[in-house]
Each structure stands twice: as C-alpha cells, then as structure tokens.
Write a new protein. Structure first.
Length: 168
C-alpha cells in the first residue's frame, strides 16, 4: 500500500508540474537565427555575383535584430559602401521588407516619407530580408553596384546560395 501511495503521489506531482511549465513558456519567445557560417556563405555569394557583373561592392549580413554578422568589402569598393550596405540590411530587417519596396512608399509627398529622415535608415535598393520557414532571420545589404536594382541582384544571389541550409 505504501508503494502504491508513493507512485500515485509521484505521478500526481509530475502532472501538476506540466501546466506550470506551459505557463512559463507563455512568457518567452523562440526564434531562428542565422549561424555565422551561413551568413558568411550568403555574403560571399553576393560578393561573387557582384564581381561577375563587374561591380566593386560591399556586402553586409545582419541578424534579425540588426546586429552585424558579416561585412565583406571588395578591394576597390569605396569605403562609404560599408556604412551603406549595413544601413540597407538594417533598414530591411527593421521594417521587415526589402528596401526596394520602401522607395515608392517613402517618396516625397507620401504619408511615410518621414521614414527617410530617421537616423540610420537607408531607403534605396539593395537591402533584402532573409526568411526561413516564414520567420525573419536577418537581412543582406549590398552597396556599390550602379543602382539599387543591381545591388538587389547581388543580394538575391547571396540568399539563393543558402536556401538549402534554411527551411524556406
């Protein structure tokens, strides 16, 4: 009888703990993050695509919070491209949209035009969000190509290089 009582007491105690853990989980959040190696692979692929097109550029990859993970500047890319590439990536991740998509909605006279004046915001093509399984994991920014559309081309090449490593 003592063993039976102890077993019932143990099982009851374990069952009481389950809801406590479920309640604790409601106060937290989980998310996906890029590994540094994955960010580096994306940056290298984007830089390689820019080189194939004849562009000297800088590529930056940031995590979902805008923290810089990788910056690669080609040897002849202007030093200003570093700040611009990081700004494009941070802008994309901060607004959860590609910077090319922000160009028209923030144009002069548009309701969102004030966004262009926020510190650190860079609204020109070349900042592209990175998602895995429907979750934002970071962004890639490219600067140095002759126009935002060409920066986008390089950024998308970087994302294509890591698609197999992420659950897209």
């Amino acid at each position: 009888m003592n063993k039976l009582f102890f077993r019932i007491l143990t099982i009851s105690g374990l069952l009481l703990m389950v809801p406590a853990k479920a309640l604790a989980a409601e106060g937290t959040v989980t998310f996906e993050m890029l590994k540094p190696e994955t960010a580096l692979t994306a940056a290298q692929a984007a830089l390689e695509r820019c080189r194939e097109e004849g562009f000297q550029a800088t590529v930056a990859v940031v995590d979902r919070f805008g923290g810089v993970q990788v910056v690669l500047r080609d040897q002849l890319a202007s030093p200003r491209t570093v700040r611009t590439a990081v700004g494009k990536a941070r802008t994309a991740v901060g607004f959860r949209t590609n910077t090319t998509d922000l160009v028209s909605v923030t144009d002069h006279g548009q309701p969102a035009s004030g966004l262009r004046h926020l510190p650190g915001v860079v609204i020109v093509g070349g900042g592209v969000i990175m998602e895995a399984a429907g979750s934002l994991v970071g962004a890639i920014g490219v600067s140095g190509a002759p126009g935002g559309d060409m920066d986008d081309l390089c950024a998308f090449a970087g994302i294509a290089a890591i698609e197999d490593e992420l659950e897209f």
